[in-house]
Design a protein around this ligand. Structure first.
Ligand code: HEC
Length: 318
């Protein structure tokens, strides 16, 4: 009698723990596994130690990611800098670009000001036509804030890096341009900002919802018949970085086309989508008016692996 009571209590506790576990797994996006490798594609961050404060490197430009509050500073070694200034389409071996992604936090005293709050990632592009022959001559390497690289799937990640950088062939697959200081020019005509010139837009095509996997269909607003789907190399080679980075671009396309916008891996296991549900207006945190949008996306790192779907609603600039 006693034993069976104990058993029931034990089984109950077990089921309860399982339920809690399942719930917590759904409530939170999966944390990426901790990176453990020193090298990615044969290069370590140590090989370029402190590139951001070395006298023989050049500061190229800064970018700010509004969605993740990340400040990005890009530097070039001397070979890369000279080729960049010369408008190279084919960088010579030995050229290296380094990028630091810094988290920022609100300054508690001066709340309109964001202050650096530690390195989140380091990224390198090393020109080595032999070692980088699978990715058109650039070797790509990504490290976390501790300088560690993911030990697995480095090939898939490199292909994903390249798929996006290949959007700018006329710049030798380098996005950054030396920072423009000419304010008068910038205000007069935004198209004159060097970055805005000649960038091919990400390609979208309108496709029927019925062609998408159930995991995506079930999240779309009812009655949706078509979506704007990203085409080209970017969709063929993607990883978690692309899933996150593409979200604001999808939101812009969804608002423009008045239809959900989706980026999906070939096998449908990784995706990122943005829908404009009811289009209710909202206030942007930095001031100004926006529209409520809903993003839903897989939390896995690589295509073909287990992944949960997370979603959130936020206010996007019109
Ligand atoms: C979805 C597109 C996308 C993907 C994927 C991507 N990048 Fe980039 N990368 C950019 C953009 C855009 C810039 C310009 C600066 C910025 O926005 O931070 C950039 C800049 C860089 C730079 C500075 C030189 C330059 O081209 O401006 C390096 C180095 C770099 N990326 C490395 C990587 C590595 C390593 C990976 C893969 C782990 C990667 N990138 C994946 C879009 C991408």
């Amino acid at each position: 009698m006693m034993a069976s009571k104990n058993f029931t209590a034990f089984a109950g506790l077990f089921v309860f723990t399982l339920a809690l576990f399942a719930l917590s797994a759904y409530a939170q996006p999966v944390k990426p596994p901790l990176a453990t490798a020193e090298h990615m594609n044969g290069f370590a961050l140590k090989d370029y130690a402190n590139f951001w404060k070395r006298a023989d490197w050049h500061f190229v430009t800064v970018r700010y990611r509004r969605d993740s509050n990340e400040m990005r500073l890009t530097y070039a070694n001397d070979i890369a800098w000279k080729a960049l200034l010369a408008g190279s389409k084919d960088y010579p071996d030995g050229a290296v670009f380094g990028k630091v992604g810094l988290l920022t936090q609100e300054d508690p005293s001066f709340t309109s000001s964001a202050v650096p709050a530690g390195a989140r990632r380091y990224q390198l592009m090393i020109r080595d036509k032999e070692k980088g022959k699978e990715t058109n001559g650039w070797v790509y390497a990504l490290f976390d804030g501790r300088g560690k690289a993911a030990a697995e799937d480095q090939d898939i990640a490199s292909q994903a890096c390249w798929a996006c950088h290949a959007l700018v062939p006329e710049r030798g697959e380098v996005f950054s341009q030396p920072m423009s200081m000419d304010i008068s020019d910038t205000f007069a005509d935004p198209a004159k900002i060097p970055f805005a010139q000649g960038i091919p837009r990400i390609e979208f095509e309108t496709v029927k919802v019925s062609t998408l996997p159930e995991k995506i269909r079930s999240k779309l607003p009812s009655g949706t018949e078509t979506v704007r789907l990203v085409q080209g190399k970017l969709a063929l080679h993607l990883f978690r970085g692309t899933i996150d980075e593409i979200r604001p671009t999808l939101a812009k396309e969804a608002l423009r086309a008045k239809m959900p916008a989706v980026l999906m891996s070939k096998d449908g296991t990784l995706f990122s989508a943005v829908t404009v549900d009811d289009g209710t207006p909202c206030g942007l945190s930095g001031g100004g008016k926006g529209v409520n949008v809903k993003a839903f996306y897989t939390t896995g790192m690589m295509p073909g692996k287990d992944s949960l779907v997370a979603d959130h609603q936020y206010c996007e600039k019109k």
